[in-house]
Write a protein that binds this ligand. Structure first.
Ligand code: KIV
Length: 266
């Protein structure tokens, strides 16, 4: 870690100072180098790689070994960014297994933080991992690993009782020790309220501009998704080169011009 590295403390300061945090997914060394140059703050080796790299129908088939492989590729090229790795489906189904999996992502992959999906059901798992000094990022709203239970990739928290459940889960996760939270595809007003009431940074994807930062799947924001979700903006169209597109994304997140209202949900 060098003096300019982005750390968990740094992200907390950014929240306090209301400086927006830019996050992108990365799965390889070449894009990671460009993201470093563009000034991205945090890289996420998302299990979305199952869909965008492997061509699978969902994130469910991704294995822990595959996550470690991609995390290591990204770790070799990162310099300043904080590196988060997703815990894949079934790799955290008990506290002991979760600790084992998180430990491998840190030791073998070189991750600085692990991310896992879910609310109240994950509190024991989170306590077990954080007790060993491993930072954890929570993930609420649309949970891609639960796509079959949710019945598709749809906005979460529109009904009052579901919104309240997400609110309660967010507080419970913070209480259990997470250092950051991703909110995916929830109404912008709900995300705004949760962001204002938590002390940890909240990163949105399809969650409106009021979150403390934004994350996108890098191939989506480079226009490579033939059916992009509503919350995606193609930065390559205006950027002209991959580096410029990444720089424009960072600038737009920082100055709050991305996401625009049309990228959010009511
Ligand atoms: O897997 C992933 O890329 C993610 C982000 C979309 C938040 O979880």
């Amino acid at each position: 870690m060098n003096a300019k590295s982005v750390t968990v403390r740094h992200l907390l300061e950014m929240k306090k100072e209301q400086r927006k945090i830019s996050v992108l997914t990365s799965y390889d060394a070449s894009l990671t180098r460009l993201m470093e140059e563009a000034g991205v703050d945090v890289l996420l080796v998302g299990d979305s790689l199952g869909m965008v790299v492997q061509g699978q129908e969902s994130t469910l088939p991704v294995t822990l070994d595959e996550m470690i492989y991609h995390t290591r590729n990204v770790a070799r090229a990162r310099q300043r960014t904080l590196l988060i790795a997703d815990m894949p489906f079934m790799s955290y189904r008990s506290p002991d297994l979760a600790l084992e999996s998180a430990g491998r992502l840190m030791k073998e992959g070189g991750a600085h933080m692990v991310k896992l999906e879910g609310g109240a059901t994950q509190l024991e798992v989170i306590r077990q991992i954080t007790a060993q000094g491993i930072p954890v990022c929570g993930h609420l709203g649309l949970l891609p690993q639960s796509v079959h239970k949710l019945g598709g990739y749809r906005v979460q928290g529109r009904e009052a009782d579901r919104a309240e459940a997400i609110r309660q889960d967010a507080f419970a996760l913070q209480e259990a020790g997470i250092d950051m939270l991703v909110l995916e595809c929830v109404p912008s007003a709900l995300a705004s309220e949760i962001t204002a009431s938590l002390t940890i940074p909240v990163i949105g994807i399809g969650a409106g501009v009021d979150c403390d930062g934004q994350v996108l799947v890098v191939y989506d924001m480079l226009g490579m998704n033939p059916h992009p979700p509503r919350f995606v903006k193609d930065f390559l169209q205006s950027g002209g080169s991959i580096l410029q597109a990444l720089q424009e994304y960072v600038a737009a997140v920082r100055d709050g011009t991305f996401p625009a209202e049309e990228h959010g949900f009511k």
